[in-house]
Write a protein that binds this ligand. Structure first.
Ligand code: LLP
Length: 404
């Protein structure tokens, strides 16, 4: 994304052309950015040769998953739906891991039938259920067990997953007990220790603490794991004050760990691959000036992008045409949904905007479209992919008659 003669461009296509052709609200992705991100991720961890499984919950668009497949990455899925979508994109079952605290019997059955690489189990009851199903099918199922390492990733409270009070994984004691209990199972092989401490983590130190915990518990267990699944969580720079994640340090820490443990590393990145590949284009419906504020009322709303309303997350808003004319008032960029929290951004001073103009909400590729809903019976936005000079729809705008 860049400006040319004050006009916003995604690769070689101007924002204005995109909104005129596809309407708004529209999620718009840059294929080049996606490819660059994947290449950088692979380069950052090149020396440890990991299996990187894209976290489908961050973005489940089929065309995007097809690009993921082309790059050689696998998939991290959390439901039967995501598993089907990953397989549809052509991702090999041997590169798919299945996480989540509440997989239903039908979902486990399906995963077993598809012979995916690992089911990462999160409770003893789940492991019994997998064993029961494996026995029925007279097969052996490879599983991972998710550890709760009791580490505070110091990210947003709502997206922390590695503390004792969080529902995820098993504590050290239970983890070790289970390893022991299933040691001689004829139907379950514990191949992996998995862990994921949270999302949008910008500091490498929580990971460093996590690796220390893993090191100790692996030694204690005396179990030979084939895989250590370190999850995802690497943060991106939504605003300048966010630190850039130090991949070099994290890579070094893992390299050290691998000197002591002969295992294959799995990653489950979502945000770091796809977040900064997309903007959400939106048109200004009305502008309402009140005593306190200038409300910029957009045609995108919290049903299209819920992160600001749900987590108070920051997404920059960029005009499609830059101008030097300023308005010093407090601007609230809001959507039409009937909730006070349907607000994207508050800023003091912004360039002078007019009704019917367009803006782009930035860094929305991860947990944007995948968390969208039909709240207020609003049809879901369309998704468009830009590649150099070309643009194509990768998901059609929902039709009102399909949802009512
Ligand atoms: N693996 C597991 C087991 C996870 O739970 C998650 C994210 C990931 C991998 C991918 O994490 P990432 O690399 O994308 O940080 N909706 C929230 C984020 C929720 C993350 C849930 N788990 C948001 O919009 O910030």
């Amino acid at each position: 994304m860049h400006f040319k003669k004050n006009k916003l461009f995604i690769e070689k296509v101007s924002g204005l052309k995109i909104v005129q052709k596809f309407g708004t609200p529209t999620y718009c992705y840059s294929l080049k950015k996606l490819k660059d991100n994947i290449r950088n991720f692979q380069k950052n961890f090149g020396s440890i040769n990991p299996l990187s499984c894209f976290s489908v919950k961050s973005n489940n668009n089929l065309q995007i998953l097809k690009e993921i497949k082309k790059s050689g990455m696998g998939a991290d899925v959390v439901s039967k739906g995501e598993l089907i979508q990953a397989l549809k994109a052509g991702i090999s079952p041997k590169k798919i891991v299945f996480s989540g605290v509440g997989k239903k019997t039908e979902e486990l059955k399906f995963a077993i039938e598809k012979k995916i690489l690992l089911i990462n189990a999160e409770s003893e009851s789940e492991i019994f259920e997998i064993e029961r199903l494996a026995k029925l099918k007279k097969t052996v199922v490879n599983i991972g067990i998710r550890l709760n390492p009791n580490i505070d990733a110091r990210t947003l409270k709502k997206i922390s997953t590695g503390r004792l009070e969080d529902k995820f994984g098993l504590t050290e004691k239970v983890f070790l007990n289970i390893l022991n209990n299933f040691k001689n199972s004829n139907f379950i092989k514990v191949k992996c220790l998995s862990v994921h401490i949270g999302s949008q983590i910008t500091d490498y130190k929580p990971y460093s603490r996590m690796i220390n915990v893993l090191d100790k518990i692996i030694k204690k267990s005396k179990h030979l794991f084939d895989y250590i699944d370190l999850g995802g969580g690497m943060g991106i720079q939504y605003e300048k004050k966010n630190k850039l994640f130090d991949y070099k340090k994290y890579n070094l820490i893992i390299k050290k760990f691998l000197k002591k443990h002969n295992v294959k590393i799995i990653f489950e990145p979502g945000r770091s691959i796809i977040a900064n590949c997309a903007v959400l284009f939106s048109q200004i419906i009305y502008i309402k000036n009140t005593e306190k504020k200038r409300f910029i009322i957009l045609d995108a709303a919290m049903n299209d992008l819920i992160r600001p309303a749900l987590y108070g997350s920051y997404h920059n808003i960029i005009p499609l045409i830059k101008s030097n004319k300023k308005n010093k008032r407090i601007h609230d960029f809001v959507g039409p949904v009937c909730e006070t929290s349907d607000k994207f951004l508050t800023v003091k001073g912004y360039q002078h905007l007019k009704e019917k103009e367009y803006v782009a909400i930035s860094d929305v590729g991860a947990y944007g479209m995948s968390l969208s809903s039909n709240y207020n019976l609003r049809p879901k936005a369309s998704e468009v992919m830009i590649e150099n000079k070309s643009s194509k729809v990768i998901l059609k705008r929902q039709k009102l008659f399909n949802i009512i």
